[in-house]
Design a protein around this ligand. Structure first.
Ligand code: ZN
Ligand code: ZN
Length: 251
């Protein structure tokens, strides 16, 4: 918990001045649900760790008994190359699980929590239902395990993607122009958080939008979305947000 507090303070010190100096949209630092998102920041990891432990460990053990020629070749590569390949593979599976979260009704109820912020900033990145994160991680890590990637390389890939996600949601006016076709930017992800479903049905990628371009969901925005958020009436407290996907409409 102490480490988590230090990390929060460090991130606050890095992102808040950047968002104040170069904002894309005028908004308060302590905006609506700031405290609630802090609860996500401090609590989600507990659920995620338990979930990963229950679901990934059996696959981890199984992968030790199913080494293929390909897995042996992969694991004999230099760590840095494995890390790069790990990121690309995690991105590919991350792209598809994200699209599924927008397509399948139950998954959308999980993912709607992440789309519920009306103000987008670095901390909004962590408002994700823990089950949503567990599914993302399973989709990304199981293929990497069976392909023979080392724990260090895919662990590194996942930590990198997590930190990048904070930048990705930051309220910073940064434009990478043509580089946005190669690297995922806040500019691309903001459209994905539009309240307008037609507008938001794009840019499912994380670190890179290459899979959006390959599968036809890439959108280069020419303006800021009018509003962020979702049509659904999502709850505003942590426990209620955890329960939300499991409740029927009439509740
Ligand atoms: Zn989404
Ligand atoms: Zn997001």
């Amino acid at each position: 918990m102490v480490k988590k507090c230090i990390l929060f303070i460090l991130l606050f010190i890095v992102f808040v001045p950047l968002e104040k100096l170069f904002p894309i949209k005028k908004q308060k630092v302590f905006r609506e649900q700031f405290k609630n998102d802090m609860v996500h920041f401090f609590m989600n990891q507990i659920f995620i760790t338990v979930g990963i432990f229950i679901f990934v460990i059996p696959f981890f053990i199984l992968s030790k008994f199913t080494s293929t020629v390909l897995a042996i070749k992969v694991s004999s590569q230099p760590q840095i190359l494995q890390l790069f390949e790990g990121i690309i593979i995690a991105e590919f599976f991350g792209y598809w699980i994200h699209r599924l979260h927008h397509k399948v009704p139950f998954l959308w109820k999980l993912h709607a929590i992440h789309h519920s912020p009306k103000d987008l900033d670095w901390l909004a990145a962590v408002r994700v239902h823990p089950l949503n994160v567990i599914l993302n991680r399973l989709f990304a890590t199981i293929p990497l395990l069976f392909l023979g990637f080392s724990k260090e390389s895919f662990g590194g890939a996942i930590i990198f993607i997590q930190f990048y996600s904070l930048f990705f949601h930051a309220n910073i006016n940064i434009r990478l122009h043509k580089l946005s076709y190669l690297i995922g930017t806040p500019e691309l992800h903001r459209v994905h958080h539009s309240k307008d479903i037609e507008e938001s049905n794009c840019n499912f990628g994380g670190l890179t939008p290459i899979f959006d371009q390959i599968f036809g969901t890439f959108k280069f925005p020419d303006q800021l979305p009018k509003e962020y958020g979702v049509e659904e009436d999502t709850p505003t407290t942590y426990i209620a947000q955890l329960k939300f996907p499991f409740q029927s409409k009439d509740k």
